[in-house]
Design a protein around this ligand. Structure first.
Ligand SMILES: [Zn+2]
Length: 227
């Protein structure tokens, strides 16, 4: 089973990706993780990536394509990709790769939430600058408001999680993803999951769909030896 997962800020796609990896044994390929890993390694490419990010520039499509596709060469099947493709150029490179390697994509799944919900979830996040524990003012509040349960430090809001910034990230997501969603819709691969509600409510929308796709797979060993 080969799937793409995407969603606006606060959609819960990382949480659900983890659950999907666990249940279906897929390899999780995240463009963000791959980029961070490259930067950590301190390679020439890593330093280049760091410069793009520091300037607030988008990383060029050719660079992103190379990173993701070289990762895919290691795990050709049974993957879930998070954060890719994001542009028409990336879709083209990815589709070419799949075609050349005879790999079929089963699903392009979006976990969708409204802008209000996105702001509510993300702008309510509080983190502990000392131990990294994450809280939410409504969904996961600390015992004492504004104070970390674990280490007693004063909680802060990440710059990226401020309301205006979340709104801008949300709009950017919609703008970037609209043509990509249109492409996967046209190919009958797009499914929009309603991301509102609790984690288990959303999971119960995802699980039956993936169980169904999984059940349709023909295990290689059951194929006849000759036709
Ligand atoms: Zn703490």
């Amino acid at each position: 089973m080969n799937i793409l997962i995407f969603g606006p800020p606060g959609s819960g796609k990382s949480t659900h990706s983890r659950k999907i990896v666990e249940r279906y044994g897929l390899t999780y390929i995240s463009s963000g993780d791959i980029i961070r890993h490259e930067i950590m390694k301190g390679t020439e490419l890593g330093r280049e990536l760091e410069r793009y990010i520091a300037r607030g520039d988008l990383i060029p499509d050719t660079v992103v394509n190379t990173l993701i596709i070289s990762r895919l060469r290691r795990d050709r099947r049974n993957f879930i990709i998070d954060g890719y493709p994001r542009t028409a150029e990336q879709v083209l490179a990815f589709e070419n790769y799949l075609y050349d390697h005879g790999v079929m994509l089963d699903l392009a799944m979006e976990i969708f939430i409204s802008k209000e919900e996105s702001v509510r979830r993300v702008a309510g996040r509080l983190i502990c600058p000392k131990c990294g524990e994450v809280y939410h003012v409504t969904y996961n509040p600390p015992r004492v408001p504004g104070v970390c349960d674990v280490c007693g430090s004063k909680l802060v809001q990440r710059e990226d999680d401020r309301r205006e910034i979340v709104e801008r990230r949300y709009d950017l997501y919609i703008n970037n993803m609209t043509p990509i969603i249109k492409f996967y819709k046209k190919h009958g691969l797009y499914v929009r999951i309603d991301g509102h509600g609790s984690i288990s409510e959303v999971w119960e929308r995802i699980r039956p769909l993936l169980d169904y796709i999984k059940a349709r797979e023909v295990p290689a060993q059951r194929l006849p030896e000759s036709l």
